[in-house]
Design a protein around this ligand. Structure first.
Ligand code: FAD
Length: 279
């Protein structure tokens, strides 16, 4: 026997480019176009967990992602880590999806592969949306149990696992059987580096892109129009600060600062503010 293992990965904006991320004022969704992305960091732990399980029992690791077409290189990176095949769910109609529509689309994509998945690994949360909802919703769409915030995962047998999930002030232990959705946290393992051999092999691995035509999803469950939750308002706080350079010797500077604080309404009387003794 061998395991069919899926891993959901999400491309998220590269932290080096966070300053370029904006929110569309009308749809209230993130404008990611043209912003370099990375694989959501904890999703690499999910890939690692999947690869270790495959190394233990044999089988296939399938990567799936719902993202714009330029995310293909992230899937290729996952293949270079050692996954076997990858599917990019990409269509304008998927854009603006909330977690419900995202998890539905992923579930339809997993079903379309024709593989009966024993385990679907996800990250516990994404670095951008960070709702931590997708993995549990995916479990519900697939009608299989789901465990979230998994920091320890050990196979007792091929399809039986000892799992630990983090909770506030402690952890819970589970014995779980496949089929299962497991959302991992960063502590679970250390993702492997991608080797040059891995990169070369990845070039010939299967990577397919599927849109609405291939998936044939229910149209009222995808994208912005199929999303029941929508943000009421999103705004960028005004972070502009008034600044002024104060110069002079230390005593003068402190005096000026105190005057300004008093003028601003700060009650300093009675306190012994002094710069005697120097800085
Ligand atoms: C400004 C802003 C406003 C938002 N408003 C809403 C809102 O009102 N309602 C709402 O429901 N959502 C909202 N979202 C979430 C947004 O729609 C999400 O990007 C998307 O639905 C996935 O959710 P998440 O990133 O929170 O995933 P999480 O649940 O945090 O991700 C957990 C894991 O699920 C998997 N995963 C998540 N997305 C994908 C994907 N596309 N492809 C493959 N795997 C994936 C990954 O393994 C990931 O580690 C908002 C996001 C932002 C940034």
């Amino acid at each position: 026997m061998a395991l069919n293992i899926a891993v959901c990965i999400k491309p998220v904006p590269d932290p080096k480019n966070y300053d370029k991320v904006t929110i569309d004022p009308v749809s209230k969704t993130v404008v990611r176009a043209g912003i370099p992305t990375i694989i959501n960091p904890v999703d690499k732990n999910a890939i690692e967990a999947a690869l270790r399980l495959k190394e233990q029992f044999g089988g296939k690791v399938v990567i799936i992602s719902m993202a714009p077409p330029d995310a293909a290189d992230k899937l290729r990176e996952a293949l270079a880590m050692g996954a076997d095949e990858a599917y990019l769910l990409s269509d304008r109609a998927f854009a603006g999806a909330d977690t419900w529509a995202t998890s539905y689309t992923l579930a339809v994509g997993l079903q379309k592969t024709g593989l009966d998945f024993d385990i679907v690994f996800c990250g516990a949360e994404s670095a951008d949306g960070a709702t931590a909802q997708v993995s549990s919703q995916l479990g519900e769409w697939l009608r299989v149990p789901h465990l979230w915030n998994v920091f320890a995962f050990e196979a007792l047998e091929e399809k039986k696992y000892h799992v630990k999930t983090k909770i506030e002030n402690g952890y819970m232990e589970w014995e779980a059987a496949a089929p299962l959705v497991v959302a991992v946290s960063r502590e679970i393992n250390k993702p492997r580096y991608t080797s040059i051999m891995g990169v070369m092999k990845a070039k010939n691995k299967k990577l397919e892109s599927w849109g609405v035509a291939e998936l044939n999803p229910k149209r009222d469950k995808i994208g912005l129009l199929g999303s029941p939750t929508q943000p009421g308002d999103i705004f960028t706080p005004d972070l502009k600060r008034k600044s002024e350079k104060i110069s002079g010797d230390p005593e003068e500077i402190v005096k000026t600062i105190l005057e300004k604080l008093r003028a601003g309404g700060l009650a300093l009387e009675g306190s012994n503010y002094t710069c005697e003794g120097g800085l």
